[in-house]
Design a binder for this molecule. Structure first.
Ligand code: FAD
Ligand code: SF4
Length: 479
């Protein structure tokens, strides 16, 4: 019952005076009531069609129609338990999956032109409710197996393996070079899409379950891969991809031309209340500036929307292909446009102006030529169409490649593909090194959170089988 709506007692002042805290609580209660009504309404739109394309197009094969039915019936705890059975972080996927390309894009109601059931929003609602109601169980470690694993990287892939392996009774250590866990959930994806506390409470749950986190621990600097192999029965590489793709243009080295990951990371640190000198001195702060973001993927979308929130004077996004051929989510483009971002399609910077600080970009028009090896039409320069665009902050968001892990880890025998991603045997998920497994972006290349979770889930199954075999052969030898 919403406090504000209670009947007054005889002689009581009406409406009763409410403290600021009570008004906030009233507001939260009303918002939750609306969210619940919306979740039930949306869930009841599911036609239970019997051909759940939504589930087959969800990388986790979540039991979507079943938890929608339970939600529509108001059985929220059961709905949560079912959605939690296939995912280690449903409230995170509900917030940030590109649903238009996955579950919702394959809803039969969408096909019939009536708009998809908002599956992601329902998934977020039921899991957030589970946290609020105390239905999210603490992580209970299984019977101690006397074996330990080391995980390099605390992004969604590493955290998923940690969660599931601890549940199976292994001792789990996670090593990460950052000061907080979560990988790109913490230091990439902005808080207007994924609030920081949502990831941190997942990490807290894992810590409370006995997982040991080693913050500020960079493999390659603080230990070699061999050191970790000697310490643990098995090792997982889940380091993601962090080498920014280069932009080659005269003037690109000027101050004011920055990397997207540095810009987003500074903004996240600021959100945590950390001291960030490069933000405070304006280097990584868009306030009052003409901002140009180069790129058309999810990272570029996050940069433009962050710049708007920081109070930029103008925000333009240059992308060398057209709207239909951009890699980022169309939903994100629409959001950015609604917020005031200008998209300059079929455009690329040829050079940057300014002596020591950037003052503008020389931009040329592009056109789409013949399809390249990937089947996409390759952009070509439309000669003689260039013009100047004012800019005091240029953010390069052209995507990421893997770092040179064999070199970095002091492990030249670790095999990588020609793109630098770690090569695994897809049946075992093991790398070229015995007992060293890999998952997430470092295997797939830059991908999605939901795929990192799926990889973590698959890897757990394979690594558990391998470790059981190893323990059995040890016992046999000892007998
Ligand atoms: C700006 C941005 C926005 C995105 N938005 C979305 C989105 O909206 N939805 C979506 O689904 N996906 C999004 N993605 C993609 C998604 O974040 C990644 O696919 C996902 O995080 C990959 O998970 P991971 O666990 O493989 O790696 P990561 O999340 O990158 O985590 C890897 C971890 O390994 C650590 N590490 C790396 N090297 C070392 C080392 N040598 N020693 C110790 N630790 C190390 C890193 O510090 C990091 O914490 C976005 C990506 C970016 C860059
Ligand atoms: S995990 Fe992602 S794709 Fe799967 S149901 Fe949730 S929002 Fe949809």
């Amino acid at each position: 019952m919403v406090g504000m709506l209670k009947f007054p007692k005889v002689g009581q002042e009406y409406p009763p005076k409410r403290s600021a805290e009570e008004r906030v609580a009233d507001f939260q209660e009303i918002s939750r009531a609306f969210e619940e009504a919306e979740a039930k309404e949306q869930s009841s739109r599911c036609s239970q069609c019997g051909v759940p394309y939504c589930s087959t197009h969800c990388p986790l094969h979540n039991h979507i129609p079943d938890w929608l039915k339970l939600t529509a019936e108001g059985r929220l705890q059961e709905a949560y338990e079912l959605s939690n059975a296939t995912s280690t972080m449903p409230e995170i996927c509900g917030r940030i999956c590109p649903q238009d390309r996955l579950c919702e894009g394959n809803c039969v109601i969408e096909f019939s032109g009536h708009g998809a059931v908002t599956i992601g929003a329902v998934e977020k609602f039921i899991t957030d409710t589970a946290w609020d109601e105390g239905w999210v169980e603490p992580l209970a470690p299984g019977r101690d197996r006397g074996q330990s694993i080391g995980i390099i990287g605390a992004g969604p892939a590493g955290l998923t393996v940690a969660d599931l392996m601890r549940g199976l009774g292994y001792e789990v250590h996670v090593y990460d070079r950052y000061d907080r866990m979560g990988g790109l959930l913490t230091y990439g994806i902005p808080s207007f899409k994924l609030e920081k506390f949502v990831t941190q409470r997942r990490v807290d749950r894992l810590r409370a379950g006995g997982i040991v986190f080693h913050e500020n621990f960079e493999v390659g600097r603080d230990a070699t891969l061999d050191d970790l192999r000697a310490r643990h029965d098995a090792v997982v590489i889940a380091t993601g991809v962090y080498k920014p793709r280069a932009l080659k243009a005269p003037g690109v080295g000027a101050a004011g031309v920055v990397e997207a990951i540095d810009y987003l990371k500074a903004s996240s640190h600021k959100g945590f209340g950390d001291a960030v000198p490069a933000f405070d001195d304006g280097t990584l702060n868009a306030e009052g500036k003409n901002v140009v973001v180069v790129g058309g993927g999810d990272t570029a979308m996050d940069c433009v929307r962050t710049a708007i929130r920081q109070g930029a004077k103008s925000v333009r996004c240059l992308y060398r292909r057209d709207r239909a051929n951009m890699p980022g989510s169309q939903r994100e483009v629409k959001n950015a446009e609604d917020e005031g971002v200008e998209f300059v399609w079929l455009s690329a910077p040829q050079a940057f102006h300014g002596d020591d600080r950037v003052t503008g970009a020389q931009v040329t028009k592009m056109r789409l030529g013949e399809p390249d090896a990937s089947g996409r039409r390759a952009p070509e320069v439309d000669a003689g169409t260039d013009y100047r665009l004012d800019a005091d902050l240029v953010i390069k968001a052209l995507g990421f490649d893997p770092e040179d892990l064999p070199n970095l880890f002091g492990a030249p025998e670790l095999t990588v593909t020609r793109w630098g991603t770690v090569r695994v045997d897809h049946k075992t998920m093991m790398t070229s090194l015995d007992g060293v497994f890999a998952a997430g972006d470092i295997v797939r290349g830059a991908s999605l959170v939901v795929w990192a979770i799926r990889d973590g889930r698959d890897l757990t199954e394979r690594m558990h089988a391998w470790l059981k075999m190893k323990a059995a052969s040890r016992e046999k030898e000892a007998a």
